[in-house]
Write a protein that binds this ligand. Structure first.
Ligand SMILES: [Zn+2]
Length: 175
């Protein structure tokens, strides 16, 4: 009797999982076929990008819901930019970037293609990512540093055993 009840419970769990997976798959397909939404999955190239790793940040749940939704909206190009307002909302405004006035003001342009933002904002972003990487190298090699990556202060040169860790150094290479 008890074994029969256990079997039934397992079957119910299997069916529930199957139903949840089916609903998730249908939601994903409905999202991807929308013209404006689902641009990121359509643009991801399976031969160039690791799809599993590209979405891992969504599974870890480390960031707030509001931040996650803002990132998703940006990836779908669904944030109020001049290009979005002109092309999608059909507003009579200039679709060019407000800063450089040379390119369409899209999310892709603002996040990685604007010459004005490249001078400071992109550099700051690059340095933050590099600082996190530098912090991780310190931890891996066993060099003493702070507990949090954002309080870590990279030294220009740090040696530990036969490992030398450089920060912001000019590296001469062949052409
Ligand atoms: Zn621009």
């Amino acid at each position: 009797m008890l074994q029969a009840a256990r079997c039934l419970k397992t079957e119910v769990q299997k069916e529930t999982r199957k139903m949840k997976d089916s609903i998730a798959e249908k939601t994903k397909v409905r999202w991807q076929v929308k013209r404006m939404h689902g641009q990121l999955p359509r643009n991801l190239n399976e031969t160039l990008e690791d799809i599993e790793l590209s979405y891992r940040w969504l599974k870890s749940g480390d960031i707030k819901g509001e931040t996650e939704s803002a990132i998703m909206a940006a990836q779908d190009q669904a944030i109020s930019t001049n290009s979005f307002n002109n092309k999608i909302l059909k507003q009579e405004i200039d679709s060019q970037c407000q800063l450089c006035k040379q390119h369409e003001e899209t999310i892709d342009h603002l996040t990685s293609g604007c010459l004005i933002l490249a001078k400071n904002e992109y550099l700051m972003r690059h340095d933050k990512v590099s600082k996190h990487l530098h912090f991780s190298i310190y931890k891996t090699v066993g060099i003493e540093t702070t507990d949090k990556w954002y309080t870590h202060m990279p030294k220009p040169v740090c040696e530990e055993g036969d490992v030398t860790v450089l920060w912001n150094q000019l590296v001469h290479t062949d052409r």
